[in-house]
Ligand binder design. Structure first.
Ligand SMILES: [Fe+2]
Length: 214
């Protein structure tokens, strides 16, 4: 058995690997990627980071989304961790435990993947994120991971538009992990009630400066 096949078995991710390869996305239920204790700790750490109001998002949205920054990835620069030390604690959890083996299984690759950008996005009723491509932020983003830390919200579906015209819609619940390729356009539909609070981070094989032109 080669290393990737072994990791797939170790992490028991076979069904998610298959779905990720077939549709470009997969929603992994709570308790698989992160333990309950890790999710609780992520929630505690992010709550200590100051929140910014963003009114012009990646998709040109004009309504407010509330953002807590953990790692930023600016054009022409190397990624950098901000709001330390809470952000260090978050990155340690994201990169710790069996995650490297499990990522290798999910991505079906032994190449090193690097977190380049990481932030909390809090959306309230009426907020949405329009259709966009993550490559607009960094052409080297390969996968985004979205850990759902919101409870009791309605709406806010993550909708992916594959190149073959297929559309997949995911309703994430607390503690679940959505993994999606950055190749496809996607959006977050309008949050109807409650708060959708998600930890979003991007993986890339590219470890150098952000090659976005500006
Ligand atoms: Fe996105």
């Amino acid at each position: 058995m080669n290393e990737v096949a072994e990791a797939t078995t170790t992490c028991n991710y076979r069904q998610y690997v298959e779905e990720l390869q077939r549709t470009g996305s997969t929603l992994i239920p709570a308790g698989v990627v992160f333990s309950d204790q890790e999710i609780t700790r992520l929630e505690e750490l992010q709550a200590q980071i100051p929140e910014e109001t963003v009114t012009h998002g990646d998709a040109g949205d004009k309504h407010a989304i509330y953002v807590r920054r953990i790692m930023v990835d600016r054009a022409g620069e190397l990624p950098s961790t901000v709001n330390r030390p809470c952000s260090d604690g978050i990155i340690d959890i994201l990169s710790g435990g069996q995650r490297p083996e499990c990522l290798a299984a999910l991505f079906q690759s032994q190449d090193p993947f690097h977190i380049r950008r990481c932030q909390m996005n809090r959306m309230i009723a009426g907020s949405f994120v329009g259709v966009h491509l993550d490559a607009a932020s960094n052409p080297d983003y390969e996968y985004s991971i979205i850990v759902q830390l919101g409870r009791d919200f309605t709406g806010g579906a993550f909708v992916v538009y594959a190149d073959n015209g297929e559309q997949s819609s995911y309703m994430a619940s607390y503690g679940s992990v959505l993994v999606t390729t950055c190749k496809y356009r996607h959006e977050v539909s309008k949050v109807l009630s409650g708060e959708r609070n998600s930890l979003v981070y991007f993986y890339s094989r590219h470890a150098g400066v952000n090659r976005r032109s500006q």
